[in-house]
Design a protein around this ligand. Structure first.
Ligand code: ZN
Length: 236
């Protein structure tokens, strides 16, 4: 598995362009010897952007995960093995996803702390994000309370920190959330990335985040929809 270099960069906003060599071409995917692109995962869309080779510019479609990170383009015939390319990640798209994703951490944490609701699914998007919540008492959910608590929390300007912790530290930490998925990660991987929003949230996560919650936009919940017994889908 190729190392996900985006993990080494926090805050995950304003990603830099990078140079790489093409090491494989498969279907319409280019694989590079290194990549700082975020590949789709954990409900967050992959990076998009531009791939430059000489004077040619080709649109980079949504980056996908794989043994090697997959960089899809419309026309792979412009590229050959061993070519040196420059990849320019779409900053606006990445920054929006990082903001939406960090917002999701806070909303999920507050939904649990206020209403006891577990996050059972999410789909991040640069314009809209949805979170599926499972409540012990769904009728107690209150949109205004969630929005106003969120918006008050932004004024604390809490920093977002990342750590590389081992499995035991993560599983034994009393404030750690969302550890169920660790069972699906091979035991051979011991160190995992943990994301902390100080005094608000602490959980293992490989997504991209802002460095300080002060730059997030106010939460505006656009839609609340029933998703079956005890569950609601909220969109913001
Ligand atoms: Zn995250």
């Amino acid at each position: 598995m190729q190392e996900k270099l985006h993990l080494n960069y926090h805050p995950g906003t304003d990603p830099k362009s990078f140079k790489a060599k093409i090491v494989n071409i498969e279907d319409n995917y280019l694989m590079f010897d290194n990549s700082y692109c975020f590949p789709r995962g954990g409900g967050q869309p992959g990076d998009t952007g531009t791939i430059k080779i000489g004077h040619l510019e080709e649109k980079l479609l949504e980056t996908l995960p794989g043994e090697y990170i997959k960089h899809p383009v419309d026309s792979v015939e412009h590229f050959n093995l061993g070519d040196s390319i420059t990849c320019i990640i779409d900053k606006l798209n990445r920054n929006r996803n990082a903001k939406m994703h960090t917002t999701q951490h806070i909303v999920s944490a507050l939904a649990y702390d206020i209403f006891g609701a577990e996050t059972v699914g999410n789909q991040i998007g640069p314009e809209y994000t949805r979170i599926d919540l499972k409540f012990p008492h769904r009728d107690k959910f209150n949109v205004e309370e969630l929005e106003s608590t969120f918006n008050e929390i932004l004024s604390t300007k809490a920093p977002v920190n990342v750590y590389d912790w081992n499995r035991n530290t993560i599983l034994s930490h009393e404030k750690m959330r969302h550890t169920n998925f660790l069972q699906r990660i091979p035991r051979s991987i011991n160190k995992l990335r943990v994301v902390e929003i100080e005094d608000i949230d602490l959980c293992p996560c490989g997504g991209t985040h802002v460095g300080n919650i002060g730059i997030l936009d106010d939460l505006i919940i656009k839609k609340v929809k029933s998703k079956g017994s005890g569950k609601l889908r909220i969109s913001y």
